[in-house]
Design a protein around this ligand. Structure first.
Ligand SMILES: [Zn+2]
Length: 262
C-alpha cells in the first residue's frame, strides 16, 4: 500500500467526486478534477511518485512544465469512484511535450480528455492568485436549467444570482463567467474558459455545466453549492410575488461585507 493511497488529498478528491455523483452532478462519465500539488506534498510522497510511463501530448503546457497534478482519468465513473482509485486517479508531472505518470492510472488508463482545459485554467488562475490549487468540472442540475431560462448575458446572469440570496455577493464577489454554447472537449472551449478564469473562479457552460477553481476543496465545492442552490431558488421563484433583493441592496451588501464588485 502506497503512502499516497492513505493521504488526505486523495481521500478528499474521492469524497468530492462521490458527492458530485450523489448530488446528481456527475452522471455517467461527467465530471473531472485537477489539483496542483505543492512542494511539501511532493516531498511527503516522493517515494510513491516514480515515473511509470510517459504519454506524449499535443497541447500547450501553459508554462506549467515541472508542475505535478492529481487528475481524474478519462471516462471515470463518479458513481464508482470509491472503488479503484489506482485506476481512476493519477499523479502526472508536466513536461514540454509529454506527461509523466508518477502514480495511479493503472491498466493503461489516461488523464481526463479535458486536461488541456484544466491546465489552461490553472495557468490563468495562478497568474492572478498564486495559491490556486484546484480546478473542478461537473454538471449541477439547476445551474444548467438556469442557462435555458435566463438570458445568456454574463453581467445580468451574475446580477440575478447576487439578488437571490443576501450572502451570494459575499461568496462570489467576482461573479460568474459565462461562455456561449461551444463544442466541449479539447478544442477552443478550454482557451475561452481559461480567459474567463482570469477574473472569475466560476465559469458556466450553457446547457452543459460548470468549471470552478479555488485554493482548496472546501472553497471550490462551496462555490459550486452556492451557485447551484441559488439557481434552484431562481427556477422555483420565477413567478414570485416579491421582487427580492434589489440592484441597490446588492451594493449595500457588498459594502457591508467589504467586498469589491464591478
Ligand atoms: Zn461535462
Amino acid at each position: 500500500m502506497s503512502k499516497f493511497m492513505d493521504s488526505s488529498l486523495l481521500k478528499e478528491a474521492m469524497e468530492t467526486c462521490h458527492y458530485f455523483w450523489q448530488s446528481g452532478w456527475g452522471e455517467c462519465h461527467a465530471g473531472n478534477l485537477s489539483y496542483l500539488l505543492d512542494e511539501k506534498q511532493l516531498a511527503e510522497y516522493a517515494e510513491d511518485f516514480q515515473v511509470k510511463r510517459t504519454i506524449p501530448i499535443a497541447f500547450s503546457t501553459q508554462g506549467l512544465v515541472g508542475r505535478t497534478f492529481l487528475v481524474t482519468r478519462s471516462g471515470a465513473v463518479f458513481r464508482k469512484i470509491l472503488r479503484n482509485p489506482l485506476e481512476d486517479f493519477g499523479i502526472v508531472r508536466i513536461k514540454d511535450t509529454a506527461l509523466e505518470i508518477l502514480w495511479g492510472f493503472e491498466k493503461d488508463k489516461l488523464p481526463t480528455s479535458e486536461l488541456s482545459a484544466h491546465l489552461q485554467c490553472h495557468s490563468q488562475r495562478l497568474a492572478s492568485n498564486e495559491n490556486n490549487r484546484l480546478v473542478l468540472h461537473c454538471h449541477p442540475t439547476y445551474t444548467i436549467m438556469m442557462t435555458f431560462m435566463h438570458p445568456l448575458i454574463e453581467k445580468d446572469f451574475t446580477e440575478t444570482l447576487w439578488r437571490l440570496n443576501s450572502e451570494c455577493v459575499l461568496v462570489f464577489p467576482d461573479g460568474v463567467g459565462l461562455l456561449p454554447w461551444m463544442v466541449c472537449g479539447d478544442g477552443a472551449i478550454g482557451e475561452e474558459t481559461a480567459k474567463k478564469m482570469r477574473n472569475h473562479r466560476i465559469v458556466i457552460w450553457p446547457y452543459h455545466g460548470m468549471f470552478a477553481s479555488g485554493n482548496d476543496f472546501d472553497e471550490v465545492v462551496g462555490l459550486i453549492e452556492t451557485i447551484e442552490k441559488n439557481a434552484h431558488v431562481f427556477m422555483e421563484t420565477r413567478n414570485a410575488v416579491n421582487e427580492g433583493i434589489t440592484h441597490e441592496q446588492v451594493r449595500e451588501l457588498a459594502e457591508a461585507f467589504k467586498v469589491e464588485i464591478e
